[in-house]
Ligand binder design. Structure first.
Ligand SMILES: [Cu+2]
Length: 73
């Protein structure tokens, strides 16, 4: 998972507290839950997406996968 325009910090993994460092990209295994926090301090419309081509397609056809936006105006 890659967040553009901001950084986030891991606060828990699968519900268990595990404070981490600030970053803009994290690997998330299938079925895993990662809770993060971020400080929205950079106005804009920022993609939150997968980093690999197959994350951005549905059965090889783009667009697809996890594509969303973080909007801070
Ligand atoms: Cu990205």
């Amino acid at each position: 998972m890659h967040l553009h325009g901001h950084q986030f910090r891991i606060v828990s993994v699968d519900g268990f507290g595990r404070p981490g460092f600030w970053d803009d990209t994290i690997d998330i295994a299938s079925g895993r839950r990662i809770d993060v926090e971020l400080i929205a301090n950079n106005p804009g419309i920022w993609p939150l997406n997968g980093t690999k081509t197959f994350h951005q397609s549905n059965n090889g056809e783009p667009p697809g996968g996890m594509i969303t936006k973080v909007i801070y105006l």
